[in-house]
Design a binder for this molecule. Sequence first.
Ligand code: ADP
Length: 166
Amino acid sequence: MKIELVSGDITTEHVDAVVNAANSSLLGGGGVDGAIHRAAGPELLAACRGLRELWVDGLPVGRAVATPAFRMPARWIIHTVGPNRGAGETDPALLRSCFAESLRAAEILGAQSIAFPAISAGVYGWTMADVARIGLDALSSYAGPIPLARVVLFSEDALAVWRDAL
Ligand code: ADP
C-alpha cells in the first residue's frame, strides 16, 4: 500500500473511504468528527443512531464501523474510536487497532483508497509524534489489497511531524 502524507481538510477528500476520529456514542462531537458530520449532512447522524444500537456502551475503543458518506465526495465513512489519554487510555495497541480495524473495514467494502486523520491527536490528548509513529507503524505493516492510504493533516506543523516520523 502506498502511503501519502498531505495537509488539508479531510472532508473534501476524493477517496473511497474517509476515517472519522469518532467517540463511542457515534453521535458526533468536535474536531474532525464535527467537520465530517457537517459535511456529510444530517443523514449521517441518522445512520449513526441506528448503528449505536448494536453496542450497549457504544462503539468500543479501537474498533471501526462504516456508514455511507452521504454528501461528502467519499463513498464511505469509517468511524473509529481512538483512545482518550485524558481518561487513562494510554495503551498504544488501542491506537494501532484504530488504524488496522479501519483498514479491515475498508477492505471488506472493497475500497481502493482510504484517508486517515490524526486519530487521538486532538481532544483525546496524544502527542502528534506518538500518533504519527504508531499510525505509520500500523499502515506500513498492512499487507492487504488496498492500494492507497492518505493521511490528511490539518496543519503544516502536523504534516512536518508525520514527515519526520516517516
Ligand atoms: P480526537 O478526539 O480523536 O483527538 P480531534 O478531532 O480532536 O480527535 O483531533 C484529531 C485531529 O484531527 C487533530 O489533529 C485535528 O487538528 C484534526 N482535524 C480537525 N478537523 C480536521 C479536518 N477537517 N480535516 C483533517 N483533520 C482535522
